[in-house]
Ligand binder design. Structure first.
Ligand SMILES: Nc1ncnc2c1ncn2[C@@H]1O[C@H](COP(=O)(O)OP(=O)(O)O)[C@@H](O)[C@H]1O
Ligand SMILES: [Mg+2]
Length: 232
């Protein structure tokens, strides 16, 4: 399917994904037939109890882990067609990741941390200044540009991590429990930044969370139960 023909494909299309792990001499099924689509410009949340398979699914969505059965299609192509080296390149250029702990370099300022991501992605130096300023503005941290991580709150550090993860213009941002270490006010500000990003940058964001106060900010919420998914 080509967008030029008037049809659109989902940014990410998950079809019949199963994942089993061998544990203690037997197979444990962690993802048990997952179908879902992530669209550009949408904030999707995955909720579900601890152990329901959220992190495993996020890893499969980001090509960090391969499914046992089924396929993940990214921009109209299945991950299956890429070897590990190609998949690493796709991840580096087209996907951003955020984790529970804020992956910032402690000796660099907020500005330098974001700039580093542009350098690593091979973005021309002439574009750095404008893009770093824009990304720090998106997460409402223009005033903290020259601060180092130790001089910022946890919530501010997490927002720098977001600016860093989207600076190179990935199509997809994946975030595993990004608010777990934040108080409710900081979590709300993080979600505001996510909303600004999906609306203005046109990327898809998929995050996992336990926090029921955040779900109303999502465009789509999926609930995971024992490795299966239900909308709701
Ligand atoms: N590498 C692995 N080997 C064996 N079991 C695993 C592995 N990774 C995850 N699991 C199991 O899969 C289940 C789902 O884990 P996870 O995806 O981390 O859930 P969640 O993020 O929703 O808490 C858990 O029972 C966990 O023990
Ligand atoms: Mg998890």
């Amino acid at each position: 399917m080509e967008e030029g023909l008037g049809q659109t494909h989902a940014l990410l299309d998950v079809r019949g994904v199963r994942k089993t792990f061998a544990a203690g001499g037997r197979d444990v099924t962690v993802l048990d037939g997952i179908d879902l689509r992530l669209e550009a410009g949408r904030l999707t949340m995955l909720k579900g109890r601890s152990g329901s398979g959220k992190t495993t699914l996020l890893n499969v969505l980001g090509g960090l882990d391969r499914p046992t059965e089924g396929d993940v299609w990214f921009r109209g192509r299945p991950y299956r067609e890429w070897n590990d080296k190609q998949l690493t390149l796709v991840r580096r250029r087209e996907i951003g990741f955020i984790f529970q702990t804020f992956a910032l370099l402690p000796l660099l300022t907020a500005w330098e941390n974001v700039e580093l991501s542009l350098r690593m992605a091979g973005v021309p130096r002439s574009e750095w200044r404008e893009r770093v300023a824009h990304c720090l503005d998106l997460v409402n941290l223009s005033k903290r540009a020259l601060h180092r991580p130790s001089e910022m709150s946890g919530g501010e550090q997490q927002r720098v991590a977001i600016a860093k993860a989207i600076a190179h213009r990935p199509h997809l941002l994946l975030a595993d429990e990004p608010t777990a270490e934040l108080d409710s006010q900081m979590a709300a500000r993080m979600i505001e930044a996510f909303r600004r990003i999906v609306e203005t940058e046109g990327i898809a964001i998929c995050m996992t969370t336990h926090d029921s106060t955040l779900w109303e900010a999502a465009d789509v919420v999926y609930q995971m139960v024992d490795g299966r998914i239900a909308e709701g």
